[in-house]
Design a protein around this ligand. Structure first.
Ligand SMILES: [Zn+2]
Length: 531
């Protein structure tokens, strides 16, 4: 049986840009658009030309891509003609093959927010769609507050969507703007709409205010809608939009959808989903959500001993899909609760296969337990665990020694008479017979120490140029004899690999130093740096 085509519409650059603390530059927007295009998204909504200089510039010239770049804007204002509305004229001038209009579809909003009549609002929808069609654009209509509007006055909400469809809009998109609609309501209402407008012209735009935006999107598809709107990592104002990073693998890997629908995302593109999700976090300077479905670091992590031994024998026992399909990996967490099978499996995964009766396995397990008792957390620090294991098995070359370091924090007046705090670190290391001294200033003591440590590693410098710290987390643990500090550092390199290292000490600088050192040594091991 031929599969039906289901379309994906991304609004990371428009609705996602409404997120608190998110501020895309033009370069950011172009980079994200390229990423979405490579992923196989059908429509990339770039922004709102005329609303701000960046969006205006984005649409000032053609941006060739396979996906349809979409400009967003309002339908013509009440009481004006399409030609006499400067906002609409600017939108029609945007260099984009598709235009997505937003219009009210809740009678209450038409009266109160728009202060016009229901008929004038319908005329505005028809005129705007017609004007954009006349310019050769593909047209979408976002029916704002559609579900609330439908509950209040179904005939009117439907009339708004139908006006756009009848005028030739490719899509009427039903928006759950306040995000409060529940999946069974979405399914019922979309089903009723699809009896009047063919489902292959109906889209769903769900917000996540009850944490059901993904479920609502699927409910709409079950009821007949054939376009899903959402954002990368569920970015969006308040609680976010429907998360395409969760929706895409479900569409590709769950038989109910995979057997019925084709989407623009290939198997190959799907296998890069983790990278795409992390790239957005990186750009936003945010730590990745470890527990994100499909793409989180913990999405395929197993801790308890019996689960782990089963997973090694037959992964399907505890995994709903194969992690490689989305570019993720299976992980067996090593902690004081773990059995021998976790440790063996984790050693095998990192390429350190040893015999199960090797006495060093028991020693490693004891070592992990002892260190976790004083605050180390190996299940969160895979790279530190690997180094611990490699050291025990004698497989970490001796690269360099840190003879001493000195970190200094000073508060003083700068040349302008402003009070500033400056951190400086001096690190003295020995690489073979060579002694190297590096000095660096940083925005804090740990940053200064990191910069000084990585400034000059002599003959190893070329191996760490792509190394970068992506997250730094500190926790104060209350032990029996006083507080200890645990530092977790996440690093990434030029290949897109990420790893986490841990340090524990009563002194935060010392704990950070351990985690930084582990990260550097891990990178050297990983890059095959010679001893
Ligand atoms: Zn929205």
């Amino acid at each position: 049986m031929a599969k039906e085509r289901l379309y994906l519409f991304d609004t990371t650059l428009r609705d996602g840009a409404q997120t608190n603390g998110v501020d895309f530059t033009l370069a950011d927007k172009l980079a994200i658009a390229r990423m979405l295009d490579e992923l196989g998204i059908d429509y990339v909504e770039g922004g709102y030309p005329g609303a701000n200089p960046i969006d205006t510039e984005l649409f000032s010239k053609p941006r060739p891509m396979r996906a349809r770049l979409t400009a967003f804007g309002m339908t013509r204002r009440p009481g004006r003609s399409a030609a006499n509305d400067p906002g609409l004229v600017a939108l029609l001038a945007a260099q984009a093959p598709a235009i997505c209009f937003v219009a009210k579809s809740w009678d209450y909003h038409v009266r109160v927010a728009l202060e016009t009549t229901e008929n004038e609002n319908l005329a505005s929808i028809r005129d705007s769609v017609r004007a954009a069609k006349a310019k050769g654009r593909e047209v979408l209509l976002d029916c704002e507050h559609f579900f609330d509007g439908y509950k209040a006055k179904p005939a009117y909400a439907l009339a708004c969507a139908k006006a756009a469809y009848d005028e030739g809009a490719r899509w009427a998109v039903l928006c759950d703007t306040n995000g409060g609609t529940l999946p069974h309501e979405v399914e019922r209402i979309v089903g009723e709409v699809c009896a009047k407008i063919p489902g292959d012209h109906v889209g769903i735009h769900a917000h996540n205010d009850t944490e059901q935006a993904v479920a609502n999107s699927f409910a709409a598809v079950r009821a007949g809608a054939r376009q899903i709107q959402g954002t990368l990592n569920g970015l969006g104002e308040r609680c976010g939009n429907a998360n395409l990073v969760s929706i895409i693998p479900t569409l590709k890997l769950k038989a109910e959808y995979a057997d019925r629908f084709d989407i623009g995302v290939s198997d190959e593109a799907l296998s890069h989903l983790v990278r795409v999700s992390h790239a957005l976090d990186e750009l936003l300077n945010r730590a990745a959500d470890r527990h994100a479905p499909y793409v989180g670091e913990s999405a395929f992590a197993t801790k308890a001993g019996i689960h782990a031994s089963a997973i090694v024998k037959e992964p399907k026992t505890y995994e709903h899909v194969a992690p490689e399909r989305v570019g993720n990996k299976r992980k067996l967490l090593v902690s004081d609760q773990s059995g021998r099978s976790n440790v063996l499996a984790e050693l095998e995964r990192v390429g350190l296969a040893v015999d199960k009766d090797d006495p060093r396995v028991a020693r490693l397990l004891d070592e992990v337990k002892e260190r976790e008792a004083i605050g180390y957390a190996y299940e969160a620090a895979d790279a530190s665990f690997e180094l611990l294991a490699r050291r025990l098995l004698g497989k970490v070359p001796h690269y360099f020694d840190v003879e001493k370091f000195d970190v200094n924090v000073e508060q003083r007046n700068n040349a302008k008479g402003e009070r500033v705090t400056v951190s400086q670190a001096v690190v003295k290391i020995k690489v073979g017979a060579e002694e190297l001294i590096s000095v660096a200033e940083g925005i804090g003591p740990v940053n200064a120490l990191d910069l000084a440590l990585r400034k000059d590693l002599g003959k190893y410098q070329s191996f760490i140029t792509g190394l970068e710290l992506t997250d730094y987390r500190v926790r104060i643990l209350n032990g029996g004899t006083g507080a200890v500090t645990r530092v977790l550092i996440e690093s990434a390199d030029e290949t897109g690999d990420r790893w986490t290292t841990v340090g524990v000490s009563a002194n935060i600088i010392d704990a950070s130093f351990q985690a930084l050192m582990d990260s550097i040594v891990y990178k050297l091991v990983k890059s095959g740096a010679p001893a």
